[in-house]
Design a protein around this ligand. Structure first.
Ligand SMILES: NC(=O)c1ccc[n+]([C@@H]2O[C@H](COP(=O)([O-])OP(=O)(O)OC[C@H]3O[C@@H](n4cnc5c(N)ncnc54)[C@H](OP(=O)(O)O)[C@@H]3O)[C@@H](O)[C@H]2O)c1
Length: 275
């Protein structure tokens, strides 16, 4: 297949590009500011805020599948408008679409969220992702909306870099014990997303790991994997602080997992294996 990965220079995008290329697909990966340097990948600049760049990329690459892993957190023009602009263009072009979304669309009020749950975002980032989801779901029912949680793996994520800095004393901070998510390994996530491009899937899918862990437990698991001193990780409670965002959001991926060959491992499992 011919696959276009928007945000191919990002953490998830690079893993998607590498796996897709290694399994024999023709891969174009896009970037906003700087191209990647992986062999076998065709790199294209594509800013989701610019319609003409999207049109040019689709015309040049003629993709069977478009995966959108591009975002800039709370930048509405990229994360909401840009995602919708790309989805409209991909649909008009006849490409299958996978829009990567986030557990940030939920407030945490219900704690457990399966694929049927209605978004109730409490941050600008969550609102932008929810807006993109809603538009894409309504005008392109065949598209896949792939929601995920904290993306971890191989030391390359911002979350792992943060823990590394805390556990080596390069920065200070508190890891909350009541801030809970279902982290996923980047390799599992990319493999699952590529499975979802096969045309047999549509609509909302949940691709989170099977373990619900607090930020503090996640930090300890990462520190242990890297043989760092986990006692330097300060535990605290987020409830009652003015830190924005949801507290406890657990994506339930049971329904999607049943349809996949890829196992979405839990953080306790994959971080112990990575030791
Ligand atoms: N990271 C997580 O823990 C997490 C959790 C849940 C969901 N997600 C979702 O997973 C996806 C990938 O996340 P990630 O952590 O891999 O992201 P990332 O590493 O921050 O990469 C973001 C990508 O988007 C590109 N980009 C930024 N602004 C753009 C624009 N205006 N137009 C086009 N491309 C733009 C970046 O290009 P440059 O590098 O060239 O600037 C980069 O390729 C996102 O949809 C995110 O919402 C992530």
């Amino acid at each position: 297949m011919n696959i276009l990965i928007a945000g191919g220079s990002g953490f998830l995008g690079r893993e998607l590009a590498q796996q897709a290329w290694a399994t024999g697909h023709a891969v174009t990966a896009t970037f906003a500011t700087r191209a990647g340097d992986m062999p076998g990948i065709h790199w294209l600049p594509m800013d989701l805020r610019r319609s003409e760049e999207i049109t040019a990329a689709l015309r040049e690459t003629q993709p069977d599948v478009v995966i959108n892993a591009a975002y800039r957190k709370a930048d509405w023009a990229t994360t909401a408008d840009g995602a919708i602009r790309l989805a409209v263009a991909a649909t008009q072009h006849g490409s299958r679409l996978v829009q990567v979304s986030s557990d940030a669309i939920f407030s945490g009020a219900d704690v457990h969220y399966d694929e049927s749950a209605t978004p109730d975002p409490v941050t600008p980032y969550g609102a932008a992702k929810a807006a993109a989801e809603t538009a894409i779901r309504l005008f392109s029912p065949d598209a896949v909306i792939a929601r995920t949680s904290l993306i971890i793996g191989g030391g390359g994520s911002v979350h792992e870099a943060f823990i590394h800095d805390l556990a080596t004393g390069r920065r200070s901070g508190v890891l909350f014990t009541d801030d809970i998510r279902c982290p996923v390994h980047v390799a599992d996530l990319a493999r699952a997303i590529l499975e979802l491009t096969d045309g047999n899937h549509a609509g909302v899918c949940h691709l989170a790991g099977s373990d619900a862990v607090s930020r503090h437990e996640l930090g300890v698991l990462i520190a242990d994997r890297e043989a760092l001193d986990a006692s330097l990780l300060t535990a605290g409670c987020r409830a009652g602080t003015d830190s924005p965002g949801a507290l406890d959001v657990r994506l339930d991926s049971t329904r999607t997992q049943r349809t996949l060959r890829t196992t979405l491992r839990g953080a306790r499992d994959f971080l112990r294996r990575e030791r």
